[in-house]
Design a binder for this molecule. Structure first.
Ligand SMILES: [Zn+2]
Ligand SMILES: [Zn+2]
Length: 256
């Protein structure tokens, strides 16, 4: 009897302590988001930061950021079907643990993960992208829009949150009203390149009230992950046709 109540008390105390730790950590994150080691304010420890699937230093297609084997600057897809965007800046390949962090942010509404991802993207753009000889600070950042219903269901647009961090850090204006997603995109999986492009036609529209905001401007399209490039191809074509001078793609990660 005595033994039994002692163990109950012990497990009860442990539960309360864990609950309190989780509660405090949620309010004041002081643990690494990946390995849970203790940190003084940072969101990721140096070891986890080092082990992330960085694209820096790899051979990548100059235009779409896909990993390439040869020393030619472009992947086969960009060589044969050049997109309307001129280049891409993508700090990570979409694999573990970046996929896990993006998933937690996007589908489990973990805004601390969103903060970490936004900060890492802004840091990459400040430290590596701006080192490029042909770097030109864009005039405008446009986050890839979600259909209003998807946005309402999710409660936020992940691309917009990332764009806001980058816009603040690099002092570039962000515009959310110029491009709208007018239709929900049917599933793209299993479709050929041409079918995917067809699928996306008429999905996006430019609000004619804001045409002067993009005329002759250097525009950035911001997304969380670039997979098939179909979305950014469609949107960049639309922006160039509407008078933008140059369109670049900035995103957190690229499927390779
Ligand atoms: Zn860690
Ligand atoms: Zn490419």
């Amino acid at each position: 009897m005595h033994k039994f109540s002692a163990s109950l008390l012990k497990s009860g105390r442990r539960f309360t302590f864990n609950g309190l730790t989780k509660f405090t950590a949620k309010l004041f994150p002081s643990q690494c988001l990946l390995c849970a080691c203790s940190l003084s304010g940072e969101l990721l420890c140096a070891n986890c930061q080092h082990d992330l699937p960085h694209t820096y230093g790899q051979l990548l297609c100059c235009q779409c950021g896909l990993r390439i084997e040869s020393l030619s600057n472009f992947c086969g897809s960009c060589l044969h079907h050049p997109p309307a965007f001129s280049r891409s800046f993508l700090p990570f390949s979409y694999q573990h643990p970046i996929d896990h962090l993006i998933h937690k942010f996007k589908y489990r509404h973990n805004l601390t993960c969103g903060k970490l991802l936004g900060k890492m993207l802004a840091d990459y753009l400040k430290h590596y992208a701006q080192d490029q000889v042909d770097w030109q600070t864009p005039d405008l950042i446009i986050p890839v829009p979600l259909h209003w219903m998807r946005r309402w269901q999710r409660g936020f647009n992940q691309a917009e949150i990332l764009a806001q961090y980058v816009a603040d850090e690099l002092a570039i204006p962000m515009a959310t009203k110029i491009v709208q997603r007018t239709h929900k995109t049917p599933p793209q999986k299993g479709l050929s390149r041409i079918e995917r492009q067809k699928n996306l036609r008429k999905t996006f529209a430019i609000n004619s009230k804001y045409l002067s905001n993009i005329k002759d401007k250097h525009v950035v399209l911001m997304d969380d992950v670039v997979t098939t490039t179909a979305t950014v191809r469609e949107l960049s074509e639309l922006l160039i046709r509407a008078g933008a001078k140059d369109v670049q793609v900035w995103a957190l990660a690229r499927t390779m």
